[in-house]
Design a protein around this ligand. Structure first.
Ligand SMILES: C[S@@+](CC[C@H](N)C(=O)[O-])C[C@H]1O[C@@H](n2cnc3c(N)ncnc32)[C@H](O)[C@@H]1O
Length: 205
């Protein structure tokens, strides 16, 4: 198990039980484990990208625990090539901690925004994004993000986006239908301890 040196700022809303991954990968992994069960190693050799990963260590964890060596994570606050911070990080860690974190995770990091990932067309087998798009309010913002996620997915690929509040389901459905993007809504169980009724959105290409 990876040593837990950094914890997610959202720890208090996560139900971390024995045998679960460390808190800083728990949001995304709980959802993946729901979908793939104990068969995450099926993603070996596949390209997996977590968007808006924050200080989680999703990609490193997938590599070290499941042998998924092509897992990467993308966020806009670090410069992955130059080991620098590009903008203020909305977490409680010190700058020293963060720079250490970047160094430790460099091989897994991609800098960019969800609207323009710089990732190639049709290259990703699985895209995950947790606690990012729920902050997007405007249709145009959501549209750009979804079109970008769809663009980078391989045909046959899947995106898992969590959590989406039920108030946004109608808007996102109309948006995805306008672009004929295949999708499915799955209610999220209370295990995730998120307020209100929330859904997991699965997009397939
Ligand atoms: C609430 S954190 C979620 C972190 C992690 N996915 C989790 O579930 O614990 C949201 C992250 O999204 C990043 N973010 C915000 N807007 C973004 C954008 N337009 N493109 C890429 N990342 C973004 C933030 O920097 C932050 O690290």
């Amino acid at each position: 198990m990876i040593k837990n040196t950094l914890t997610s700022p959202d720890d208090d809303i996560v139900n971390v039980t024995t045998g679960r991954p460390p808190a800083y990968v728990v949001h995304d992994l709980l959802h993946l484990q729901d979908i793939f069960g104990d068969h995450l190693e099926l993603l070996r050799g596949r390209r997996v990208l977590d968007i808006g990963s924050g200080t989680t260590e999703m990609a490193r964890y997938l590599h070290e625990e499941y042998g998924i060596s092509r897992a990467k994570q993308l966020d806009w606050w670090y410069d992955a090539n130059r080991h620098k911070l590009r903008r203020l990080v909305c977490v409680t860690h010190t700058k020293k901690d963060i720079l250490h974190w970047i160094k430790k995770n460099t091989r897994y990091l991609i800098s960019g925004t969800v609207n323009d990932t710089t990732v190639g067309d049709s290259t990703q087998d699985l895209v995950t994004s947790s606690h990012l798009l729920r902050h997007f309010e405007k249709r145009e913002e959501l549209e750009k993000a979804f079109l970008e996620i769809y663009r980078i997915l391989k045909p046959g690929g899947m995106a898992v986006i969590v959590p989406i509040h039920r108030g946004k389901v109608k808007l996102i459905t109309s948006l995805l239908e306008a672009y004929q993007i295949n999708h499915e809504w799955i209610p999220i169980t209370p295990e995730y301890k998120i307020e209100g009724r929330q859904f997991r959105l699965i997009i397939t290409k």
